[in-house]
Design a protein around this ligand. Sequence first.
Ligand SMILES: Cc1cc2nc3c(=O)[nH]c(=O)nc-3n(C[C@H](O)[C@H](O)[C@H](O)COP(=O)(O)OP(=O)(O)OC[C@H]3O[C@@H](n4cnc5c(N)ncnc54)[C@H](O)[C@@H]3O)c2cc1C
Length: 426
Amino acid sequence: MHYEIVVVGGGAGGLELAARLGRRLGRRRGPEAVLLIDRLVFHIWKPTLHEVAAGTLDTHQEGLSYPLLARRNHFSFTLGDVTGLDLNARRLTLAETRDRDGETVIPERAVSFDRLVLAVGCGSNEFGTPGVEHASVLEGAEDAERFHMRLLAAFTRASFAAAEPLRVAIVGGGATGVELAAELIEAKTEFEQGLAADQRFRLEIAVVEAADRILGALPERISARAQQALERKGVRVLTGAKVAAVAKNGLATSVGEVPADLIVWAAGVKAAEANRDFGLEVNRLNQFVVDTRLQTSAPGVYALGDCAACPWEEGRLTPARAQAAHQQADYLARALIAAMRERPTEATFRYRDFGSLVSLGAGRGVGSLMGGLGGPNFFVEGLVAKAMYMSLHLDHHRAILGTARTAVLAVARLLQERVSGRLKLH
Ligand SMILES: Cc1cc2nc3c(=O)[nH]c(=O)nc-3n(C[C@H](O)[C@H](O)[C@H](O)COP(=O)(O)OP(=O)(O)OC[C@H]3O[C@@H](n4cnc5c(N)ncnc54)[C@H](O)[C@@H]3O)c2cc1C
């Protein structure tokens, strides 16, 4: 199989890029113009994974199938895990796909390309911590669903042993850890509805952060507000607490032991070790080093999103955020379309920080919005911040589904929630 442009990874950045390229190139040039490869058959917007983990978002409703998105946006899709890249032959290797019984579904195969975009995202950074295998991670939809099943079992167990609290430790006080803590409280409230009074139980959540404040990448005022909001909900926020080891029943930290029945590792980001085998320059976090045109060390091979180490300002790299992946997809779509029409653009990519928003459960959020060049920054919180936070998700859906379908989907989900409740119990 040969394609003009191959995008590997249909996440926040890769899927938006494939959809834009498909609409502009695929329609006229045919199905060999743009190919998207992903190791899963459906797409979930990663910033919602904490909701999937808590059970307040159902992957079966939220997940969008890639073949359907491909048809609507005029790109081709193939299921596969990319395991090798031959730069000389301009060819990718896709590993054999097996079903749950170990039977081969698709044999190993190769895909060749003229231009390649790597958008394979990142996982969490475990910093070589001993015992980290006892913690759950939220790197993909499958991890989040696995944690959700553990959470439901733990809720049920706790509801029949109501004298004992259920203890959850979340390692990492970044957006993922903070949002997950808030969402778990909502999930517990929903779970208890309809339970007999003697089945109510205590949920003790600890957010463990090595730095001296949570949400360290955001302004101090946001950290302080988020910490207040979590503490008001009964969450214990431990800052300056470096995790030395993880065990089945808790954490050993620099400020003492943190007992836990469930542990989630949500600290830092690191790309896959396998990225080192692609023959491209990578940094110590295994991210592909790119220039301001998002080109890697090989001509015609690009990287975007979390897996790319892209220069920004003051020697810093573009942050690993959906906002950055979205802007990079937008830039690269324009650059690649111009190159295919043999009118290459001189424009380079420059990340623009529009601010950050953090969800603190249903109806609450906190964040800051950048006021533009030299302008003031606005602090937002409460329902306004939450509405803005939710609008980012809708923007992503608009980029891949269009405005009308996004509106229908949003209304359908609202109605479904009204009828069946927020928490997924099965
Ligand atoms: C719980 C959580 C909350 C977050 N909240 C926010 C937030 O509020 N705001 C924000 O800006 N950012 C947030 N982020 C970060 C944001 O999700 C990422 O920055 C963003 O998803 C990166 O997009 P991406 O396209 O680079 O990668 P991803 O969205 O991670 O997509 C990578 C894709 O590549 C596929 N893939 C990986 N390896 C292979 C392979 N070898 N072969 C084929 N396919 C492969 C994966 O299946 C996946 O579909 C959050 C992250 C998490 C985990």
